[in-house]
Design a protein around this ligand. Structure first.
Ligand code: ATP
Length: 204
């Protein structure tokens, strides 16, 4: 089984590309989904977060209120570092476990690890055979986030500005999927990506 990392800026089309890859037969493991699981009650990051940030981050039903948690950490570098130190290893561990389980099945040729904040350390840590970056111009991402997700434009721009730049992300890429066009164009580009990934798979 080959494991490839899939990344891209907010609204670039990571979910769209991973859904198209899944339709081709790839197994998809999504860091955002795992991030939600590890902070759920009973998850490995739940108790440490409540201990660090206090009961103010809890909703009435005892779940962690993610906006409250974000607000508690926002603007305080030490708090952000603690938040990351609690959640990132937990997410990484679950992701590695899922990938081991997929490999053990024996019938998965390509697994896609969707990691929004993919960094070079993930390449070695998860044994990634390649990094695929979904890319589109900032203005296209902003327009989609506003029109399709109902996000206020200022929020979309602030979130994009807080992330790694397009250039920083592209520097990690072994393969770039251009998602500046129509959904049909994206599907054709993912067909080509799939052929490339299958070729990787045959490398031994
Ligand atoms: P996030 O970082 O927020 O998880 P993402 O990178 O997963 O975002 P998507 O959710 O796949 O991005 O795409 C953002 C929005 O743009 C979605 O509403 C999606 O349906 C839409 N979209 C993706 N690609 C295209 C395209 N080629 N044409 C039109 N709309 C698109």
């Amino acid at each position: 089984m080959r494991v490839v990392g899939l990344t891209g800026g907010i609204g670039s089309g990571k979910s769209a590309v991973s859904a198209l890859l899944a339709a081709h037969g790839a197994a998809v493991v999504d860091a955002d989904e795992i991030a939600r699981e590890v902070v759920a009650p009973g998850g490995p990051a739940y108790e440490p977060l409540v201990a660090r940030f206090g009961p103010g981050i809890l909703a009435e039903d005892g779940t962690i209120d993610r906006p409250a948690l974000a607000a508690a950490a926002f603007g305080d570098p030490a708090a952000v570092a603690d938040l990351n130190a609690i959640t990132h290893p937990a997410i990484g561990l679950v992701m590695a476990e899922r990938l081991v389980a997929l490999a053990a099945r024996g019938d998965v040729a390509v697994a896609v690890a969707v990691i929004p904040l993919l960094a070079r350390r993930h390449v070695e840590g998860l044994g990634l055979a390649a990094v695929v970056v979904v890319d589109c111009p900032t203005e296209v991402a902003v327009e989609r986030l506003v029109r399709l997700r109902g996000m206020p434009e200022a929020d979309a721009r602030a979130r994009l500005a807080a992330q790694a730049s397009r250039q920083e992300r592209l520097a990690l890429a072994d393969y770039v999927v251009d998602n500046s066009g129509s959904p049909e164009e994206l599907a054709a580009r993912v067909d080509a990506l799939w052929a490339w990934l299958r070729g990787l798979e045959g490398d031994g």
